[in-house]
Every structure is written in C-alpha cells, then in structure tokens.
Design a protein around this ligand. Structure first.
Ligand code: HEM
Length: 80
C-alpha cells in the first residue's frame, strides 16, 4: 500500500513494521473494548481488572502512534 514510499533501507523497514504493529494493536484494543461492552450488555459485571486490560494495547498504540506522528518531521527524504 505504501510500497512506493519505502525503499529497502533499514529505517524504512522499521517504520513499516511499527505502522503494521500500530494497525494490528488497534484491532486488539478494539476487540477487548467491544468484548467488555458485550459482557456488560449481557448483564454480567466483569472483575475490576478486566477494565484495565485495554490500557496495555492503548499504551503501545500511544508509543507507536507518537512515533508515526513524528516520522514525517524527521524524515531524511522529506521533499516538502
Ligand atoms: C493513543 C494514541 C494514538 C496516537 C498518538 C496515534 C497516532 C497515529 C498516527 C500519527 C498515525 C499515522 C497517520 C498517518 O498515516 O500519517 C496513526 C495511524 C493509525 N492509527 Fe493511530 N494513534 C493512536 C491510537 C490509535 C487507536 C486507539 C486506534 C484504533 C483503535 C488507532 C488506529 C490507527 C490505524 C488503523 C492507523 C492506520 C495504520 C496504517 O496506516 O496501516 N490509533 N495513528
């Protein structure tokens, strides 16, 4: 999808990996949140620690998301 922007450099491969990681972690995060709502809708009260589960993928999303945000500003091949 972004192949045209990525040469085979190590930096580019790391960025691509981080984008893919961000993408799939967002799915994990969404599924956990959705599962909690489904359990609540079924009238069950999950243990309190369950509510903290989405924070783990959200934390990784924040780290990788901030990296993705900063990427264009530090890119060597920026042409404007
Ligand atoms: C928590 C802080 C987060 C930050 C700082 C962040 C930041 C970013 C940034 C900067 C991008 C790249 C945008 C671009 O293409 O220029 C991105 C892409 C994306 N974000 Fe996040 N994000 C965060 C959380 C989330 C969450 C919670 C979700 C969904 C549940 C999500 C889903 C995605 C997806 C699917 C992409 C596209 C990935 C791709 O191009 O393959 N992000 N995010």
């Amino acid at each position: 999808m972004y192949a045209q922007f990525y040469a085979a450099s190590k930096e580019a491969r790391v960025s691509k990996f981080i984008r893919t990681f961000h993408r799939w972690t967002s799915i994990a995060f969404t599924l956990v949140v959705a599962a909690i709502f489904v359990v609540l809708a079924l009238g069950q009260q999950p243990a309190r620690w369950i509510y903290y589960l989405p924070l783990l993928p959200l934390f990784f999303l924040m780290l990788t998301g901030l990296y993705l945000f900063a990427l264009p500003y530090f890119s060597k091949r920026e042409t404007g």
